[in-house]
Design a protein around this ligand. Sequence first.
Ligand code: FAQ
Length: 311
Amino acid sequence: PQGDGRRRFEELLASESRVEPTDWMPAAYRKTLIRQISQHAHSEIIGMQPEGNWITRAPSLKRKAILMAKVQDEAGHGLYLYSAAQTLGIDREEMFDQLITGRAKYSSIFNYTTPTWADMGSIGWLVDGAAICNQVPLCRASYGPYGRAMVRICKEESFHQRQGFEILLALMNGTEEQRAMAQESVNRWYAPALMMFGPPDADSPNSQQSMAWNIKRFSNDELRQRFVDMLVPQAEILGVTLPDPAIRWNEERGHYDFGDLDWTEFSEVLAGRGPANAVRVSRRRTAHENGAWVREAARAYADKQATASAA
Ligand code: FAQ
């Protein structure tokens, strides 16, 4: 009966245990998880494009091999996350359809363009850095398949972040022109990376309930603060300047103060009017359509195997 299921669900949360796919869960909990996990999966899949843009132009064979491996990791993350969402009862075709018809959200950050090689450094350092800050607490998310997927994803993101830092470090130790390229790229990526954590707490409709359900463990602003605190000393080592004159150590708070972000830009990007929204979704749609024959062949093969094993 539903009463028993609800009681057990509340007990699982209270004891910091995991909710598993076969457990009873409130419909709204299931819906929130499908929303967050599918958006996260779509972000990984769309997130391959800005870096995919540089695979053929990476400045050495070593850089090319590393970048290919990183982009492939992102595909893998997307696939685990689609699988985790499927355990909640949505099928993959439906999620793909939401993405390629532009109905699904994915992270705002992937709607920015990558005109320079230094952007590969900024994505690793800032975008993967923000992803780690946001996702390490998600390893403890109450929904088992999501939390477990996050453990492996975070290990790989941590490698990604270091490779981005190292790209910027190499540029900062290079010529005047290379240093300028690194700084210009950090100038463009810094604020959008801070926006990855979502709107300010006061404008975040989902946070409170998601925290009560042990899905989110910290609020958007708490994680954003943690990220800035992490970046400032790393920027000093790199020798880059974070493009925010308001950054200042606050002795009383024990944190760095930082300036307001342009939330109009954020809502424009969410509304589909960012620099690269249209191209991201249309590329994804074309890739999906071009892959139709692969899905068809895989299905035919699976059917044949099933018939053979039934015989
Ligand atoms: N972009 O009430 P909240 C990666 C939406 S990392 C777009 O605060 P919530 C790694 C939000 O969905 C990036 N939309 O929402 C990588 C909601 O709209 P809805 C992916 C955003 O869910 C690196 C509305 O605003 N990571 O891919 C954004 O409690 C390099 C109200 O917001 C994740 O997805 C945004 N930045 O908190 C890959 C992490 N922020 O759905 C390739 C998992 C908010 O009601 C290359 N997700 N919105 O219509 C989360 O932790 C949460 O979902 C938040 C948002 C923190 C993103």
